[in-house]
Design a protein around this ligand. Structure first.
Ligand SMILES: Cc1ncc(COP(=O)(O)O)c(C=O)c1O
Length: 299
């Protein structure tokens, strides 16, 4: 039964091999206990890593964030950076290179149900990758519809936790409103999207909320800021009031999955400048950076 259920999912997403606790397996043979704390409590952390031309994008940054998330929940890293690199690259190679999206999660492991951390259990490590066609520029140019919603998440949004119930509910709310993302508001301030970071452009200044407990430190966000600094684009990392959204000349969201996506409307009201000149410039810089990763000149 489990095997046939697995098989249906596997043929849906086209995954040939998964990594589970040190083994490379056909996905239908990967078994995880229902007593795993990831299943029972959402007691785990994860990463989504893009792959361009068979190369893992910004891997050191993703591993650093992963190890930060693990430290925050008091879990020792189950693999060293080099072991991660080898295991993940093998998955990428076995999937045939090209462009992919790799998912990896670490949960606290299997134990009788009791909230506090059990002693002496082994974490469960699971990873898989799938081919992905990242959006081309012409489809990105129209601008995505988003809504705003109250940020109902907890106070440790800096941890990339697999406990994603709030994000799941917010994304569903967005989808029911015909939008692709919910931009979250906490105490009158814009934090981020349910699964993305946010940038505003106003008078040629690129503005984004600061890192801290209220947002996930996005790897794409970091790269956008790095490219902006390198190319003398004025940047402000500061609190953003909800009212600034409707005053912005451009709004973008960023994530490993969506890359840099211009926002065309917020709650049904058009963002006038989308897609604007700053987006065009950053999109080109980002694409050039991706090309350097494909060619092995950057990571
Ligand atoms: C809440 C949240 N913020 C931001 C991001 C973007 O992070 P990254 O650019 O590392 O994908 C994500 C990605 O899933 C996210 O879930």
């Amino acid at each position: 039964m489990t095997t046939s259920l697995n098989q249906a999912i596997v043929s849906d997403i086209g995954v040939n091999t998964v990594y589970l606790n040190g083994e490379f397996l056909r996905p239908e043979l990967a078994m995880i206990s229902p007593f795993d704390r990831g299943f029972i409590f959402g007691d785990g952390v994860y990463e989504v890593i893009p792959v361009f031309g068979g190369r893992l994008f910004r891997l050191p940054h993703h591993l650093q964030r992963l190890h930060g998330s693990l430290a925050a929940i008091d879990l020792a890293p189950p693999l060293s950076a080099e072991q991660w690199r080898q295991a993940l690259q093998r998955l990428v190679d076995e999937a045939g290179g090209g462009d992919q999206s790799l998912y990896l999660q670490v949960t606290r492991g299997v134990a009788p149900r009791n909230h506090a951390f059990p002693k002496n259990i082994k974490p469960t490590v699971f990873a898989y990758t799938q081919k992905k066609a990242f959006a081309a520029k012409n489809t990105q140019q129209s601008g995505a519809a988003v809504i705003t919603a109250a940020d109902i998440r907890w106070l440790r949004c800096d941890i990339k936790s697999t406990s994603l119930l709030a994000a799941v509910m917010l994304r569903e709310q967005a989808e029911r409103a015909g939008a692709i993302e919910a931009i979250l508001i906490r105490d009158g301030l814009v934090t981020e999207g349910a699964a993305s970071n946010i940038f505003l452009v106003r008078d040629s200044v690129l503005i984004t909320p600061p890192k801290g407990q209220f947002i996930l430190p996005g790897i794409t966000r970091d790269l956008v800021l790095e490219l902006a600094h390198k190319h003398a684009i004025a940047v402000q990392e500061r609190n953003v009031k909800e009212g600034e959204l409707s005053q912005a000349h451009e709004v973008w969201i960023t994530s490993s999955t969506n890359e840099i996506k211009p926002v065309g409307s917020i709650n049904g009201i058009a963002v006038i400048g989308t897609p604007g000149p700053m987006y065009q410039q950053m999109y080109d810089l980002y694409e050039r950076y991706k090309q350097s990763v494909r060619e092995g000149r950057a990571e």
